[in-house]
Write a protein that binds this ligand. Structure first.
Ligand SMILES: Nc1nc2c(ncn2[C@@H]2O[C@H](COP(=O)(O)OP(=O)(O)OP(=O)(O)O)[C@@H](O)[C@H]2O)c(=O)[nH]1
Ligand SMILES: [Mg+2]
Length: 331
């Protein structure tokens, strides 16, 4: 049986092995993924992002437990837990291991950044497809809300949670990180700590002021804006951008959060936005892959030494960057 066939039967070892192939860019991965692709498109993709240390891993752990209690299966992709920004991630991962170990309805996988963020993004998209094809009802994708690339990974989910916590300074961290506008649901975690109400109120004030359009992904890239269906003329948003308080360490507020995640999925389905988001996600993925492949092909046909020669001319200012691009493309 091929790896893909085993994945379709939800065999855990095959899932793990294929994701390792994806991470290592093993040549066998592409064909297996191509076999799986027609079987994808069912899973509810939930992105969880926010500033370092806000409790994302703890929350994802609680979400997984609560979602399992509803009978649904869930896969977790923790993106780049080895990031220098992550202090608590390893702890979070250990908690998960202990509490969720042995449950075949849960699959937890960390994916680290090897080389470019673009490569990581492609790997995460591929891993999502593996879990989707394997039949997991929900895929939770945790990324630290630091850096555009990692935020983009979370933003392409169907439902995006931005996690905030009190006591990280006076500012709302999501504003600093520029991720306020991608949220569908705001979570003020560490509600057991002083200042949680203040943080929630500040978020509410920001939302009322800014009236965000919320995770519409219309500014994802050049190709995307062409490929995405044109936005209908500013429909009044019928999603209320809830702000929920949770204490992940005690499990408080998690049930309401899960209900809200399901309600958001229902909203997306009813309004037709789910199809828009799927289209935007596939377009963004295609754009990412095209960029990489075109660059790879260009560099492959560029003679040895040409590139460093051109860079030398840039340094000496005898060639402009515009002309360098033309030169390389016409070489
Ligand atoms: N008091 C309190 N502490 C919490 C809560 N949730 C998480 N923590 C603690 O906050 C720390 C960070 O939690 P993580 O879940 O690792 O946070 P994270 O956002 O995943 O962290 P990074 O992945 O490093 O960005 C840990 O020590 C948790 O025990 C909470 O609701 N209340
Ligand atoms: Mg974490």
């Amino acid at each position: 049986m091929t790896l893909a066939e085993q994945v379709l039967q939800n065999r855990r070892r095959a899932i793990a092995r294929l994701i390792t192939y994806i991470e290592n860019e093993h040549p066998a991965a592409q064909a297996e993924l191509a076999t799986l692709f027609p079987h994808t498109g069912r899973a509810h993709l939930v992105g969880v992002t926010g500033a370092p240390g806000t409790g994302k891993s703890s929350l994802v752990n609680e979400l997984a437990k609560g979602i399992r209690a509803t009978g649904k299966t869930v896969a977790i992709i923790a993106v780049d837990p080895t990031s220098p920004f992550s202090g608590g991630a390893i702890l979070g991962d250990r908690i998960r291991m202990r509490e969720l170990a042995g449950d075949r309805g849960v699959f937890i996988r960390s994916m680290a950044s090897r080389g470019s963020l673009g490569g990581l993004a492609r790997g995460v998209y591929d891993a999502i497809n593996v879990f989707d094809a394997a039949g997991f009802d929900m895929v939770l994708i945790e990324t630290v809300g630091v850096g555009q690339g990692e935020v983009d990974i979370a933003r392409t989910a169907h439902t995006v949670l931005v996690v905030e916590a009190p006591g990280l300074g006076d500012d709302i961290q999501a504003i600093k990180a520029g991720i306020l506008e991608i949220a569908d649901i705001f979570v003020v975690n560490k509600a057991d700590k002083p200042g949680a109400n203040k943080t929630a109120a500040a978020l509410r004030a920001m939302l009322d002021l800014g009236n965000p359009t919320g995770g519409q992904m219309l500014h994802h890239g050049v190709l995307l804006s062409v490929a995405a269906t044109p936005p209908s003329p500013a429909p009044p948003s019928d999603w209320d951008y809830p702000i929920l308080k949770t204490t992940a360490t005690a499990g408080d507020g998690v049930d309401t959060l899960i209900e809200t995640i399901f309600r958001h999925h229902h909203h997306l389905t009813q309004s037709g936005k789910l199809a828009d988001r799927n289209r935007a996600r596939l377009a963004a993925d295609l754009e990412n892959r095209l960029q990489t492949e075109l660059l790879r092909r260009l560099l492959a046909r560029t003679p040895n030494g040409t590139l460093s020669e051109i860079i030398g001319k840039l340094v000496k200012r005898t060639l402009s960057p515009y002309n360098a691009v033309h030169l390389l493309l016409e070489e």
